[in-house]
Design a protein around this ligand. Structure first.
Ligand SMILES: [Zn+2]
Ligand SMILES: [Zn+2]
Length: 471
């Protein structure tokens, strides 16, 4: 049997996940993620393919984060014509995420071209527009969790719950030729146990090979339960001194988790009852989608919905779509909680809230997500005394609180537990032969690979565009 994996992206980095599986007669893509980086690298890497999108037979998509689905509209522009198999929740979420990604690219190109025109430099083009993105999910086909689905003549796919975000999946491919079957698992991204809203990740059985993420291969998270108590302490403190709490938040999953915890705290009267605003049209649309995909939520949340107790409907919670209403919060001096995109404070409405509130020491910037290097969010976390927002310098006087307990990714111990669960041989005596670690900065992947190797496992950290033969 000659099956090969080519690690197209998300190798030795966390962004741009995409992997090509070729059998004797079939080409399958796992994910079509967007590489996120500075403008030149962004365009170059996302448009350079070492394969022909036209000859791909099927794609299986793990989840709706842009680093996994964000290059799909561009792939379609370049000839991808196959079906894309994923869960119904991922299909609906990807629709929103891709249109938003197209919009952001168009805005960025408009801004850069204004400067380029003035300086007589070549004009840039968006990788894809919002309109192009809106057509992408037409080729998506929904499949349910745990149902084996034939996606090509020699390949079947099963999607298991990855417990990472709504609709996310661990993908299992069964590839067969005349004599044998090969089973490949793809756990990228892998969630955590006990996350609010979601079920725990499901561990696939009888794998021959596993491609696994290693974002936190060398790190341990604080338990998720701690997030709620840290939120309580921080919010109570800021409100007591009459301050506003600004929460920069990723629109997909993190925003809904924060609302969920705030709801729990309010029900128990553990935080003061102040107005809460979710100031992001995208987060508003995503939150709306949750109630149409109750099957993907955990038992506790489903029961709450069936009692008519929607965790995203609180008396003092308001979702804001209109820019005018968002701006009006600047003149409202009452203590309040504002959850706004973007997660790393690089764009979006969180910028004007920071601009208006960062210099007042009564206020608080509450960080609940990852802040990448060279972002405004990271400068806030590092408590740099002066930060630039819209080209103007502001003094960072607001209190900065970082809650590390939020994370949708498995940490080192959870990744090890997942691998242990994959190890026992199945009834046919099939046993895991090799693990490929992807979706991690090298130091994180190496830390995890060191431990797995000590346990006697065969681990490989592939380079981008490396091709490996499975047998
Ligand atoms: Zn993800
Ligand atoms: Zn990812």
């Amino acid at each position: 049997m000659s099956v090969k994996i080519k690690f197209l992206g998300g190798a030795k980095t966390v962004t741009g996940s995409s992997h090509l599986i070729t059998t004797g007669s079939t080409e399958i893509l796992l994910d079509g993620g967007l590489f996120q980086g500075h403008r030149d690298a962004f365009y170059e890497i996302n448009t350079t393919f070492h394969y022909n999108p036209r000859t791909i037979n099927a794609m299986v998509l793990s989840h709706a984060h842009i680093d996994h689905c964000g290059n799909i509209p561009n792939l379609i522009k370049r000839g991808l014509r196959c079906k894309i198999y994923t869960t119904s929740a991922t299909k609906d979420l990807a629709d929103l995420m891709l249109v938003d990604s197209g919009k952001i690219q168009e805005e960025d190109v408009r801004y850069v071209n204004k400067i380029n025109r003035r300086m007589n430099l070549p004009l840039r083009k968006a990788l894809y527009t919002a309109k192009e993105a809106s057509r992408a999910t037409k080729i998506f086909r929904s499949i349910s969790y745990n149902q084996k689905f034939c996606i090509a003549k020699d390949v079947s796919a099963t999607i298991l719950d990855a417990g990472h975000i709504l609709g996310s999946g661990v993908i299992v491919l069964d590839i067969k030729d005349a004599e044998q079957t090969l089973r490949l698992g793809y756990a990228v991204d892998l969630g955590r146990k006990n996350l609010p809203l979601l079920n725990d990740p499901v561990i696939p059985q009888g794998l021959d090979y596993l491609i696994m993420e290693s974002t936190y291969g060398g790190r341990m998270h604080r338990p998720i339960e701690e997030a709620q108590s840290k939120l309580r302490e921080a919010i109570s403190r800021a409100v007591k001194r009459g301050g506003k709490v600004i929460i920069p938040s990723f629109t997909l999953e993190r925003t809904q988790e924060v609302i969920y915890f705030l709801n729990e705290l309010l029900k128990e009267k553990l935080i003061p009852s102040v107005p809460i605003y979710v100031d992001s049209p995208l987060a508003t649309n995503i939150t709306d989608l949750f109630k149409f995909h109750l099957d993907f939520l955990n038992e506790k949340t489903r029961q709450a919905f069936s009692r008519g107790d929607n965790p995203f409907e609180l008396l003092n919670l308001r979702f804001i779509r209109e820019q005018k209403e968002s701006k009006a919060l600047n003149t409202d001096k009452r203590p309040m909680i504002i959850i706004a995109g973007s997660g790393m404070c690089e764009s979006g409405r969180v910028l004007h809230h920071l601009q208006n509130n960062i210099e007042d020491s009564r206020n608080m910037i509450l960080v609940v997500g990852y802040m990448a290097k060279d972002t405004l969010g990271r400068r806030v976390v590092e408590k740099i005394p002066f930060v630039r927002i819209f080209g103007v310098e502001y003094e960072l006087n607001a209190e900065v609180v970082v809650i590390n307990a939020f994370s949708g990714h498995a940490d080192q111990s959870e990744l090890l537990e997942f691998v242990s669960g994959c190890l026992p041989a199945d009834r046919q005596g099939r046993q895991l032969k090799r693990i490929f670690l992807v979706h991690g900065e090298p130091e994180q992947s190496l830390a995890l690979s060191g431990i797995l190797t000590q346990k006697g496992l065969d681990v490989h950290i592939p380079d981008k565009d490396e091709e490996v033969l499975l047998n």
